[in-house]
Design a protein. Sequence first.
Length: 345
Amino acid sequence: MKNQSAEVKFIMTGMRQRRRRWVLVTCLLTILAGILCCAMLLLGNTIYPIQEVIRSLSGEQIAGVSFAVNTIRFPRMLAGLFSGFAFGIAGYIFQTMLRNPLANPNVLGITSGSSVAAVVCITVFHTSNTIVSIASIIGGLITVFVMYLLSRGKSFSIGRLILIGIGIQAMLDAAISYLLLVGAQQDIPAALRWLNGSLNGSQIEELPPLMITVIIFTPIVILLGKDLNMLELGEQMASSLGVATDKTRILLIVSSVLMIAIATATTGPIAFVSFLAGPIANRLAGISFSNILPAGLVGANLVLVADLIGQFAFEYRFPVGIITGLLGAPYLIFLLIRMNRKGEL
């Protein structure tokens, strides 16, 4: 009995330590996101005092400050914060659910589906930004629906889904290249800006769909966090533990796809954020608890940091997607080498 009591006490102590670590990391990531949001509002061609920024955001009209902060910096900050959060959560869900660090929306072709629809609207139909956004959302949803149907078979297969996703991505990327080759010269710059992922030109009236989607679906996926962890153990194990695997998987896929499709429609496909956020969150917070919230915060911080770097670290300004691509590509190479050494490829 004493041995059992000591073991229980040891386990409970470990759980409390891991929970404290999770809470500490989540709080620090939240504070960092707040600091970066402040930096996005304060920094630019002109650095404004924080008092003037606060007065401007509260509705007071200040010459020069109100336009720069309310029209340019504030929408840009919100777009980066919410899109990064959405990319981070969606990437973590796919990587955890499919038990593969390569299984993120970029690799599986979901963002490519949104991109094809957007490029068609820009280069073929010359539609407004609103129509481009709606089409990109529909394109992402159709892509994941086709992937799920093709991978379903007699039973759901993770390997089949990943292979089908990679194949669809290759096909869609080829379609994007073709559209850029045959499109009118004047349409190519707009399409490339969208494809690179950028916060430039973010407008406050375009952000409510993204913000509402993130606010609605984040609590849903957090509530499903325990079931998501069970799915990581495998189909049979999750079912034996009482998880309704098909229902849970569909809810998680729909929630994450809606978030990433609307985020992509708002900012374009910001490269590697969904790929990096989950592994970084797991490394920081540990893997004892669901890291959906830390992954979202990591994604938001990555986008905000990358945008600040793209704006101020170089002689020329670069879109945020180029900076995240530079950050993510080395990690992808490292991950592939490590998985190959372990025999996982």
